[in-house]
Design a protein around this ligand. Structure first.
Ligand code: MN
Length: 240
């Protein structure tokens, strides 16, 4: 099949993100996520280990929600949580990237939300089950504008803060990440070939909690602006 062959069904739309100070857009290839990466959040989730192997999962690239858009309340939960995180986006990569070379593959940074069905209704649950149903659903990845490295360097400390309807819910500092950005990139690259367009969510600090339709979420990280989304009415009629 040649690349200009007709598709049998409509081709997926490539999600892209705005780049601050540029007319170009950043095409999203994959969204990797790291869980349990701030000690205080590990503890609020009932854990006590601080240096376990990082918990790694993915969200589908078509789950991206743009800054300013609506996140429909998802089906099969009554406990829909925000997790505000530092986003790292890649301009290059490959396998087996050494830690001391990792940052040279970073295109830029931004703010993201790892929206989570913390509780699943009428669904088997347990530590042995994969996280897709809780993490990898439609509209689960609000991603903010990208700030290129040339503008902001490599943020490793600074305020990370989320407000819901103007009330602070998460208020921490990037320097409390257990696995630092170079370690995350190096570790991921031992299992996956990182490629241009890859996005990495680096884990959330403590203070996660539930939201409801109508809530307005505003995340901010020092030097990386803000990310705003509104929780919308249920995506499908409630038939839990
Ligand atoms: Mn997370």
């Amino acid at each position: 099949m040649t690349h200009d062959a007709k598709h049998a069904v409509p081709a997926p739309i490539q999600k892209t993100l705005p780049i601050v100070g540029s007319d170009e857009r950043f095409p999203v290839r994959r969204i990797y996520c790291v869980g349990r990466n701030y000690v205080a959040h590990v503890r609020e989730m009932g854990g006590d280990e601080t240096r376990d192997f990082p918990l790694i999962f993915q969200k589908p690239a078509d789950s991206v929600v743009q800054d300013g858009d609506v996140v429909p309340y998802p089906p099969k939960t009554d406990n829909f949580h925000f997790e505000l995180e530092l986003m790292v986006v890649m301009k290059s990569g490959g396998y087996n990237i050494p830690e001391d070379e990792a940052l040279s593959h970073v295109f830029g940074y931004g703010i993201c939300l790892d929206m989570t069905r913390r509780t699943l209704l009428d669904t088997p649950d347990g530590p042995r089950l994969p996280w897709e149903l809780k993490k990898s659903f439609d509209h689960s990845a609000p991603l903010g504008p990208i700030y290129p490295v040339e503008q902001v360097g490599h943020p490793s400390s600074g305020s990370i803060r989320l407000e819901v309807d103007g009330v602070a819910k998460q208020d921490s500092d990037l320097n409390l990440m257990i696995w630092r950005t170079p370690e995350i990139i190096s570790t991921l690259s031992r299992y996956f070939s990182l490629e241009p367009g890859d996005v990495i969510m680096t884990g959330t600090p403590d203070g996660v909690g539930p939201v409801l339709p109508g809530n307005v979420l505003v995340g901010s990280i020092d030097t990386l602006g803000t990310l705003t989304v509104t929780i919308g009415e249920p995506a499908v009629a409630s038939a839990a």
